[in-house]
Design a binder for this molecule. Sequence first.
Ligand SMILES: Nc1ncnc2c1ncn2[C@@H]1O[C@H](COP(=O)(O)OP(=O)(O)O)[C@@H](O)[C@H]1O
Ligand SMILES: [Mg+2]
Length: 458
Amino acid sequence: MNQLRVRLLLWVLVPMTVVLALMAGLSLANARSTALLIQDRRLLASAEMMAGQVSWQEDRLSAEIPPAALQMFASRERDRVYFQIRAHPGELLAGWPDLPDRVAPDNGVPLYSDIQYRGNNLRMVTLIRRVYRDGRTITVSVSVAESRNAFYHLIDTLWRPILLQESVLLALALALMIVGLTLELRPLLLLRRDLQAREADDLMPLETVQLQRELQPIVETINQYATRLTAQVNIQKRFVADAAHQLRTPVALMSTQLDYAAHLAVDSELKEALRAVRACARRLKDLINQLLSLSHAEAARGTNLPRQNVNLLEVTQQILVDLSVLADDKGIDLGLSSTSTDVSVMSYPTLVHALLFNLVDNAVRYTPRGGNVTVHAGLAGTSAILQVDDTGPGIPDALKPHVFERFSRGNVSDNNGFGLGLAIVSEAARACGGVVELSSRPDGVGLSAVVRLPTGET
Ligand SMILES: Nc1ncnc2c1ncn2[C@@H]1O[C@H](COP(=O)(O)OP(=O)(O)O)[C@@H](O)[C@H]1O
Ligand SMILES: [Mg+2]
């Protein structure tokens, strides 16, 4: 009931129905008076015909009933007709003696009345005629009454088409209203669909071009609100980036001092303590770098910075070299296979690097000793595909959507990560216009992370 469309429809249909009902009532009254007029004319004509036939026979008045005076009532409705001709005072010349008496005015104007006779509702006309003879005037009263079958039938015939026309009119108006409202509300529905389809953090302004003028201020207000919200979100994002940036220098200084102190320390307990603090400082540095990387990927989305040519094979090789120490430590076989000699995309080099680095880093970290990590690179249509396969434990399906969340660490409990790696991967992929998918390897061993990036060549 609270639907705008239903309410608007009701506001039009209810008054329209009331008006049409009034019109139907008026046309019923019109049909009734027309039918009555026709019946009264017929009764009068018949009564006058009978009155015309009252004459003197020798010295008595006599009334003959002309057949035409009764034939005019012949109809399919088979109405009953009664008449009475009286000479005043009180002498019955013809007809039904007990037909109710009505006194018509003396001036010859006919009197019409509704009467009950022999269980029937009748319409009756009574008129007075004067008959002269030898200076004598005798008043003759003629009454003709008819039942109302033809009368009701006529009302029905006159009124039914009007009722039908009005119903058709109402149905047509309803149909047109529904079509009109659907068309008029379309921009609003499109707006709703646009809003529903948006990502939760998409605060781009809504289109106002197609909207009716009344709706434009609402959308403009929403847009202004989104702009304020964007400004607020940007302040927060910048705060994280700025804070990480500010932390970098003291942490770097601290690391240098700790390295220096480690050389100076002679006491083995102190050396041990310094080693632990150095590990913490390294972890802190990693966290700061991850936070910066995430802020950078986040800030890149939605901006139209110029893209550069990125050779994915070169980037991968560099990452494999950087991670080879870790891989060698664990006896992991780290490799690259490519179906093409040149796999390049037009994109953002730092983001592509961060994306791929975090995927290979995870693969090496979570694969047990002696496993394999292979990066496959190739082209498919307008996309470049990077697939990082490992022989580690994989990620259970139920956890897959959550591992992309910030600070979410799946089911590992080591102290080596922060749960930001895959968040960076997903932000970087979005900023580059690509997608990431995690799937289990067909043989059931390990994880397969697939990234599709648009090559950017048209
Ligand atoms: N190759 C992989 N094999 C198994 N589990 C993985 C792999 N990559 C990621 N994960 C799981 O996803 C979680 C989130 O990864 P990530 O965001 O990189 O955070 P971090 O590595 O710092 O824990 C990890 O904690 C781990 O449980
Ligand atoms: Mg990680």
